[in-house]
Design a protein around this ligand. Sequence first.
Ligand code: SAM
Length: 234
Amino acid sequence: AEEVGGGDKEVVKEYFNNSGFQRWRKIYGETDDVNRVQRDIRLGHSKTVENVMKMLNDEGSLKGITVCDAGCGTGSLAIPLAKEGAIVYASDISAAMVAEAEKQAKEQLQGDAATTLPKFEVSDLESLQGKYDTVVCLDVLIHYPQYQADKMIGHLASLASNRLILSFAPKTFYYDILKRIGELFPGPSKATRAYLHSEGDVERALRKVGWKIRKRGLTTTQFYFARLVEAIPI
Ligand code: SAM
């Protein structure tokens, strides 16, 4: 199979630096200029962020814990993590996204002496190095077919010493997702650019690198579907 770095990644990067940036910044923001579908996705995504925060907090305080947020978007997760005292490394393939996340983090976190601002970087997740207590990657796998997602999962696991949290659009909702939100994804045939993943495939990719799923969550709204898994080393 072809390396990640082929066509998909270039298309995704270009999209999230341009029209996708404008679109998703609105969805992830708080302004009123969103349509009904976008508002619904905003709600679903915020539930996923809430679920992740709960999964993490359930295992104890985040104070001083290192967290890598791979594909951080506008900082929807990186900012609440920093608020809880985590040491956050947040990166994204899109420079536009990273600039926006950095701006929002400064607005929301500066002046709070107890928090450390996340360290932001423009990087695709395949280039990330180092070790973090926890690695999180939310709603990124939807842009990649399974064989690329497998490699990404393996790489993300190699960066984590204790846990890896992933969210992805589950194949169970294949028909619904393509029909309902196809237009929100990059590429010439937009609907085909949203890749759904079966839970079994994700689980297999984790097993292959010696990880297993410990907790599962699911968020569904009318237009947003995300399976959440927390994996740990076997
Ligand atoms: N994780 C964020 C969240 O949940 O708020 C953003 C999710 S958004 C749907 C997908 C993000 O993944 C975009 O910001 C995009 O630029 C980023 N992305 C896509 N492919 C990537 C890759 N290979 N490496 C790093 N970031 C990537």
